[in-house]
Ligand binder design. Structure first.
Ligand SMILES: Cc1ncc(COP(=O)(O)O)c(C=O)c1O
Length: 425
């Protein structure tokens, strides 16, 4: 939790003072509040355990923030992992994450990745197409550990930004429900596996319960239709992630425990309605586990006032550590760690140091007066920041620390110039 220190009025995260962390680890710096991550995981897990008798598993969507330490936390908390590449799988296995609790995704998995996932013994692979099911059939001979699911395009348009909608018909992900393709493909028989269930992911940053409830209903109806057509019960349903978080004060997420309860109740209701057994339920929250737990701390450099137009406050990072503004016009909040409660008296635009005019972190935000050398913290940067970071302009990636009970642990060291040329020949 970000709080203000009672002794000297500076920003604290996980009980540690942010200016001291910035001094010790340098800037830009990703600070992750470990206690908040654990709390978020437990909110989902306790709902699954209490309202669904644990007949399911929360999988953390590691694409949101994938490091060894994060995989260790998921392992210690007893949840599963959603991975989407050989690299994410390797990261999980490198900390001995139980493979049976890993679900492997992706709309274009390479042959090597599929072989890697199968030989590692992952619990689930979500096939994205009919073509991929055929390839998996050729690779799965003798494998009894990995359960195959099919990703379905449920045709739901969740209330979110266009570029992060993934459930609508015009999407590269999954097999269409509306066209009848999903039922046709799920009814097929394969030599080396039976399709055990369905998966869908309807988008991200969703605040309403209804899209998840509609998705649950559609998936369970589909499972019932498969039973009617083939006499085969599908056992697993994976409803993806997408629970919304608070980036700015206009974002009003409901408690994750409650969101999970609503999803569970929709799964139960639909199972009863369509006369199928309660399925094994998987959900895959990513952003809502780590997003609000992350803060990026920068140092202010040039402050440029263009009279009558705009005041730019430049920081020592930008789109290379947080490309979400340039990608999706994402909005954030910011404050000054050394004076978190100072009055916000001027409108500024916080920009990065990269050679792109669109390299902005926050456009038109009211901030206290800032000057070169001040620390500036952008909040809720735990998801899709470090994991989307690039080396644009050959900027070394920042360090990542986890903080809990006032103790900071370095979990990704800051890159050096030497790191940047490591692969150059
Ligand atoms: C298949 C799948 N599952 C889970 C997630 C996680 O979504 P979120 O981070 O919004 O919870 C995503 C995000 O893109 C996804 O594509």
């Amino acid at each position: 939790m970000t709080q203000v220190s009672e002794t000297n009025g500076v920003l604290t995260i996980g009980g540690a003072e942010v200016p001291a962390l910035a001094k010790e680890f340098g800037t830009p710096l990703f600070i992750m509040d470990r206690g908040q991550i654990e709390e978020n995981i437990r909110a989902y897990k306790s709902a699954m355990d209490s309202a669904y008798d644990g007949h399911g598993l929360v999988h953390y969507a590691s694409k949101a923030f994938c490091t060894k330490e994060m995989c260790r936390i998921a392992k210690e908390e007893g949840i599963g992992l959603d991975v989407v590449s050989g690299g994410e799988l390797y990261t999980a296995l490198s900390v001995s994450f139980p493979p049976e609790h890993i679900c492997f995704h992706g709309n274009n998995k390479s042959m090597e990745e599929m072989q890697y996932a199968i030989s590692a013994g992952v619990g689930h692979i979500v096939a994205d197409s009919e073509e991929e099911l055929d390839i998996l059939d050729s690779l799965m001979e003798g494998n009894t550990k990995t359960r195959i699911l099919l990703r379905i395009k449920p045709g739901i348009e969740a209330h979110t930004h266009d570029f992060i909608q993934t459930g609508q018909e015009d999407s590269k992900f999954g097999v269409s429900l509306k066209s009848g393709d999903a039922l046709r493909v799920l009814s097929k028989t394969y030599q080396n596996f039976e399709i055990k269930g369905v998966h869908c992911h309807i988008g991200s940053q969703i605040f309403e319960d209804e899209p998840f409830m509609v998705a649950a209903d559609l998936m369970i109806k589909l499972m019932a239709d498969v039973y009617e057509k083939t006499g085969r019960y599908m056992e697993d349903v994976n409803l993806g992630g997408g629970f919304g978080i608070r980036y700015t004060e206009t974002d009003l997420p409901r408690p994750y425990h409650d969101a999970m309860l609503a999803t569970i109740s929709a799964v139960k209701k639909a199972s009863e309605k369509y006369g199928v057994p309660y399925p094994f339920l998987i959900v895959e929250p990513g952003r809502s586990i780590v997003g609000e737990a992350g803060t990026t701390v920068y140092t202010v450099g040039t402050v440029k006032d263009i009279p009558g137009i705009r005041k730019y406050v430049s920081v020592d990072g930008g789109m290379a550590d947080n490309p979400r503004f340039i990608m999706y016009d994402a909005e954030y909040n910011a404050l000054l760690p050394e004076r978190p409660e100072a009055a916000r008296e001027e409108k500024v635009t916080i920009c990065g140091r990269c050679c792109e005019s669109g390299d902005i972190l926050i456009r038109d935000i009211l901030m206290p007066k800032v000057q070169r050398g001040d620390l500036l913290a952008v909040l809720s940067t735990g998801a899709y920041n470090y994991s989307m970071a690039s080396h644009y302009n050959r900027l070394p990636k920042p360090a990542v620390i986890m903080v809990k009970d006032g103790e900071a642990k370095l979990c990704v060291r800051r890159e050096t110039y030497e790191d940047l040329v490591r692969f150059d020949l």
